[in-house]
Design a protein around this ligand. Structure first.
Ligand code: CP
Length: 326
């Protein structure tokens, strides 16, 4: 395992190894202490899009492993003078970083970075495309809450169109045997469906008997003509305690954050006893420690990356990007 670009590039054996290692780290609970598994390794964090949870938990995770972390602030880097992502990555490579954790508003950016960076690139969220460590920590959280996911019904509700979290989760959760439902207004279901994913515009159909409901943020900043009036969304799709009690009384509630309380979910649910939202945040550290440990311990770190021609994920990401621009 050289990079972590998306979950569908991982072997299931790697996924299980990462989750098992995260479980051992998590079971240490508050006793998670800085160690030296990655001592002397240097991790650059380049977040060209806002983040609280992902950036901080990667930083905590890297430091817990004994690595040194260096935050590249795009707003005070030479990117504001017009330096491209490729040139920035080439310079980070020349400075000898072992890993680059990259969040970027352009789908496919981590695949591009991986061509020019000799160490390991970790995708911390690219455009609408993928968010692999979020999906790994969501699977980890769901398994801890529900046990084996085989046959468990998981409903992902909300702004599916713009959700990198949902795209990575769909592959991972369906691959783990969950009965996966995606639900939202029709325009936001564009590009969804397929043999392992049930689609619904009717919230009751998605919620009925669900073991877990995952809310998604309504990403108004990404909407170009796909916006729905907020009051209509709230009326038809907001996750409320009444709706859960009526249709999914056992369900736990997850949300990757940040949450628009009062839009996609009520405060009562988001902060109530079913909510695993802060558990997800907490689990982000051991899961990202396990990812970084795997990458930084790899024997191939330091080898120059081979150019990847016509990578299907990047081609898809490029299509996502052009439709985002339209
Ligand atoms: N879940 C998530 O990606 O949150 P941040 O944008 O705060 O990192």
């Amino acid at each position: 395992m050289r990079h972590l670009l998306d979950v569908d590039e991982l072997a299931w054996a790697d996924i299980e190894r990462i989750l098992a290692r995260a479980a051992r780290l998590r079971d240490d609970g508050k006793r998670l202490r800085p160690g030296n598994l990655a001592a002397g390794r240097r991790v650059a964090l380049l977040f060209a899009e806002a983040s609280t949870r992902t950036r901080l938990s990667f930083e905590v995770a890297a430091r817990n492993l004994g690595a040194e972390t260096f935050v590249v602030e795009p707003g005070s880097s030479s990117m504001v003078k017009g330096e491209t992502l490729v040139d920035t990555v080439r310079n980070l490579d020349a400075l000898g970083f072992d890993a680059l954790v990259l969040r970027h508003h352009r789908a496919g950016a981590p695949w591009v970075a991986a061509r020019y960076f000799g160490g390991s690139v970790v995708n911390a969220g690219d455009g609408w495309h993928a968010h692999p460590t979020q999906a790994l920590l969501d699977l980890f959280t769901l398994r801890r809450a529900l046990g084996d996911l085989s046959g468990k019904k998981v409903a992902i509700v909300g702004d599916l169109l713009h959700s990198r979290v949902a795209r990575s989760n769909a592959w991972l959760l369906a691959g783990d045997g969950a009965e996966l439902w995606v639900c939202g207004p029709q325009p936001w279901l564009r590009g969804w469906g397929g043999p392992q994913v049930n689609e619904a515009t009717d919230l009751v159909a998605a919620l009925e008997g669900a073991d877990a409901v995952m809310g998604l943020r309504v990403q108004r900043e990404r909407m170009r003509g796909s916006a729905l009036p907020v009051d209509e969304y709230v009326t038809r799709y907001q996750i409320t305690e009444e709706r859960l009690a009526a249709h999914a009384p056992r369900a736990v509630y997850l949300h990757p954050g940040p949450i628009n309380e009062g839009i996609e979910v009520t405060r009562e649910v988001a902060r109530g006893p079913r909510s695993l939202v802060l558990e997800q945040v907490c689990n982000g550290v051991p899961v990202r420690m396990a990812v970084l440990e795997t990458l930084l311990g790899g024997e191939t770190v330091g080898e120059p990356a081979e150019p990847v021609a016509a990578d299907p994920a990047e081609l898809q990401a490029t299509r996502d990007l052009s439709s985002a621009r339209r």
